[in-house]
Design a protein. Structure first.
Length: 437
């Protein structure tokens, strides 16, 4: 099929590459000429395992190209809207200006029977409003909402083989036409019997935010248990294992630690709360404010634990911070708990040296005041405390015996509860986990 993807950020670049990998003829469009130039050379503007390879092979096959000109979307049957919906500067609500601009700029190039497909995460009610805009244009095109559930670090795999497909479509013939086109787009996933939910716009929009709200709630739930464990002497990791054996609960997303970050979970729960308030049902998701608060408290807890573990005033101490990205296998530092902890410790006067396999450049852009090192040993050398805040494999695999010879004081704060506490203690370390004795 001929496909256009409007917006080539994280979501759009991956989607465009994955659609071309599936055999479609794809043009990716973005207003950022620097981004388009890099993508055209097969160089992603962010770190995502496997993406460069898929981009290069799709470009070489002739099935994928990039452009800054929206007119190049003309002739495609399906147009994906994949622009960002960041948090507004002055409120918790989502900023829809990029979505609106994308649809407005696309409208003149739409033809009879074309399908515009929303992928961006939007407040419920947005699709209905955009559908009116498209209908009013008189092009004969229609709209579907098809939320994306990809995880950073697994983005290509999640897009090519999603665990479910959700289509929000209008009623009647228009809806059937939209479903048929989307089934053609996702033919390989449909053939693999991927669960499919065909529904209305509002449900499709809500599925996305409900999924992220649920995941955020699960993480904050276990982090709340960690807070109780901290005042009662219990071990939250064993608690998570024990409740996780109940299939109804499940062990995934029950890792207590410094909490969630990234470009999705934090802003999505805030936007959801703001939208519910607009709809007069703020109380229904008021608990998400508590989820947010628990999450942010965990960053503070890691900072407090580190400061109190130092055998000297914080402004005379060197702290080694391991990790800056919001999770491993990503260079994304948006709302990253790890970067936040580093910044807070620096703000308290500590000499902070931070390292990360991928996220130093992005961190430096936001926080040039921090000291960064690409050398793990240099980061650790002479430290009065080591703080692990992103569970990259290279940090998890550190040898406590060897690292003890580098630092000044063998104290480690495991902000992800990911290290073998007994092995670190046996090597002479003061090991401090979250929600663990
Ligand atoms: C999340 C969702 O998992 C995806 O399904 C969704 O498509 C995506 O947002 C999106 O809306 O685009 P992502 O932001 O890539 O994906 O990250 P997650 O893997 O969900 O992790 C989010 C944060 O939670 C990370 O900071 C991670 O360290 C933290 N986390 C995760 C925990 O603290 N504990 C856990 O047990 C699991």
């Amino acid at each position: 099929m001929k496909i256009s993807v409007i917006g080539c950020g994280y979501l759009g670049a991956v989607h465009a590459a994955a659609m071309a990998k599936l055999g479609h003829d794809v043009v990716g469009i973005d207003v950022d000429s620097g981004k388009i130039a890099r993508l055209s050379e097969g160089r992603p503007v962010f770190f995502e395992p496997g993406l460069a390879e898929v981009l290069i092979s799709a470009i070489e096959s002739g099935r994928l190209r990039f452009s800054t000109d929206i007119a190049d979307a003309a002739g495609a049957q399906v147009h994906f809207i994949a622009v960002g919906t960041p948090q507004k500067r002055d409120s918790h609500a989502a900023d829809l200006r990029y979505v609106d601009a994308a649809v407005q700029s696309l409208v003149p190039y739409l033809a009879e029977g074309d399908l515009v497909v929303g992928k961006s995460t939007v407040p419920v009610g947005t699709a209905a409003r955009l559908a009116e805009m498209i209908t009013a244009s008189g092009s004969g095109a229609s709209l579907a909402w098809n939320p994306e559930f990809l995880r950073e670090g697994f983005a290509v795999k999640d897009t090519v083989s999603p665990d479910r497909l959700v289509y929000g479509v209008p009623a009647g013939d228009e809806g059937e036409h939209a479903t048929a086109l989307l089934n053609e787009v996702y033919a390989s996933a449909i053939a693999a019997e991927t669960p499919l939910v065909v529904t209305d716009y509002a449900t499709a929009e809500l599925v996305k935010v409900a999924a992220n709200a649920f995941l955020a709630t699960k993480i904050s739930f276990i982090n709340a248990m960690a807070e109780i464990a901290e005042v009662s002497g219990a071990d939250v990791t064993q608690l998570a294992d024990a409740i996780g054996f109940d299939n109804r609960i499940g062990r995934r997303f029950l890792n207590a630690g410094v909490g969630f970050g990234g470009g999705c979970l934090p802003k999505d729960i805030r936007a959801f709360t703001a939208r519910a308030e607009e709809l007069g049902r703020g109380e229904s998701v008021a608990f998400l404010k508590e989820i947010d608060a628990i999450n942010l408290r965990r960053r503070q807890r890691v900072v407090d634990l580190t400061v109190s573990s130092l055998g000297r005033p914080v402004h005379t101490a060197k702290v080694a911070v391991l990790g800056l990205s919001f999770k491993p296998h990503s260079d994304d530092v948006r709302d990253s708990p790890a970067l936040d902890v580093a910044v807070q410790l620096r703000g308290l006067g500590a000499e902070v040296v931070a390292t990360d396999p991928q996220a130093i450049e992005n961190s430096r852009l936001r926080h040039p005041q921090l000291t960064y090192s690409t050398d793990l040993d240099e980061t650790l050398r002479g430290a009065d405390a080591v703080v692990l805040v992103t569970e990259w494999p290279e940090f998890r695999e550190l040898d406590p015996v060897r690292v003890a010879t580098l630092v000044r004081t063998p104290t480690i704060v495991d902000g992800r509860n990911t290290l073998d506490a007994s092995a670190w203690r046996a090597a002479g370390w003061t090991y401090l986990g979250l929600g663990r004795p």
